[in-house]
Ligand binder design. Sequence first.
Ligand code: AGP
Length: 612
Amino acid sequence: MCGIIAYAGRREAEPILIEGLRRLEYRGYDSAGLATLTGPQVHLRKQAGRIDNLIRYLKDRPAPGCHGISHTRWATHGPANDRNAHPHIGGNGDGLVAVVHNGVIENYSALKHHLQEQGIVFQTATDTEVIAQLIAHHLNGDLMAAVRKVLPLLKGTYGLAVVSPREPEVIVGARLGSPLVLGIGKGENFLASDPSALAGNTNKVVYLQDHQVCLLSRDRWTIEDQNPERTPATVAIQDIDWDPGDADKGEFEHFMLKEIYEQPEALENAMRGRLDEADASAHFGGLNLDTQALRGMDRIIITACGTSYHAGLVGEYLFEEIARIPVEVEYASEFRYRNRPIERNTLMLAITQSGETADTLAALRESKRKGHPTLALCNVVGSTIARETDGGVYLHAGPEIGVASTKAFTNQVLVLTMLALYLGRMRNISSLQGVRILEELRAMPKMVHRTFACHDAVRRIAEKYFQANNFLYLGRQYLYPVALEGALKLKEISYIHAEGYPAAEMKHGPIALVDEETPSVFLIPRGAVFDKVMSNLEEIKARGGPVIAIASEQDQEVATHVEDVIYIPEVPEYLQPLVAVVPLQLLAYHVALLRGCDVDRPRNLAKSVTVE
Ligand code: AGP
């Protein structure tokens, strides 16, 4: 899941490409590079590491030209070094081709072997160089034609941008599986992995579909289907509304902290215009499934990855309790290859922040192929999953730039609660119960805001435990998925090993991990299983394990059992995930800071996982 941006226009390309790469860095930051053209001259510049390294490198070696392609990498083939950074080169002289690629070519070694037999020498270990060498091999003056010849040979996924001094005015792009959007300007045009890279340059975009190829220059652009007839594609130009504030941290030191503090407002945005007092229910404009069809659904299968999967697990409790619908939650990466029998009248619900996660997209496509109605909860407008699902609900959490998902999680959980209310009101929930749930939902932005009062306590506790090498996160019922989410947050930004468990599961093995060096974070706000969780907590304390408790405000009882207590506002049990996750987000944030980790760009990760 790399980031691509390309430019053809009258302005110097380098600063435009660099600004675009900065906005795409969340997609991968192992290395970065660009290639600009001035007539027959190709100016190739690439560096391992963050965009800043490339910027420093360009200071002494600027890349002139009003025309270029660029890339920020998440390594799939070959280590993260200067040589394996993109663009990759094929051919030489004016037959030279430069390629940037987002995706994975699964049959690259067979193709490489075939080309080596024809005497072509490779410089790198990457799959992408094979594409460049293949295009150069087929280039006969018409770059688009050469690219079209090569695409059918590739097995895997790609978002591509290609240039050659043979046609110095054009850029050719192609998409299969990895997102690519064309940006339309005045006397200039762009290609990018996602529209955020074009902010400030244009808000007119066309999303390329799979199996489409495009050609752009400063004054024109065309999109064709890959078929031999070169049929012009039917395209829809969409306007994107930018809020320049979206892409900067404001007064916050990191995007993650900014996004944690944006949660109350994000929850407001997710509810705006969707709470229906008259019906004592919620309503959604984009489900595209009528009440009859929805009432006929006997089962829901939720599919997702990472944090979205954890939101799905909370959804399981919500749908079963509020709408009395049986639910299964599936890891999309497993679901896509599992041939599980699915009953008729099963609704498939995909959950995703980015809308581009390859495994979730494949699980959605698999469900559609099998004829099941599909819904998606998604945060990115116009993303592939949002365009391919039958219906869905946008999260309205605003752009999430920090790799560790925070506000998207709470908006996913909130929208799942509203969806459970909507389905429940057409099944088993009375209007009085509906009115009560609406009131409780409306109160949540304030409750989440009140939770920020725990920030200092969390910082102090982080200072006490940031050197620990293992953490355990324990919760029950609605808070078991939150325990998993807390552990994931700590793992992904502080690189500390952490496990989440249903608290009562500890005595079936994991309790063997407990010692003085391993803190256990207990989610123990007041609720139906409070006493049970308290006994689980005592089992850990009895073995000398330090305990950090997330408890309801003013709950003195917990404070008599535990030294490190973080208080959260008291809310109805089914809404506790929305407040209980906040101190876990902040704990991970401060532990990562204290360990000197790059909170917004954690190692080995990327914000949207577009390869499987
Ligand atoms: C969460 O902090 C991670 N960034 C990751 O687990 C993420 O949730 C997962 O990759 C799913 O992404 P999606 O919601 O964009 O589909």
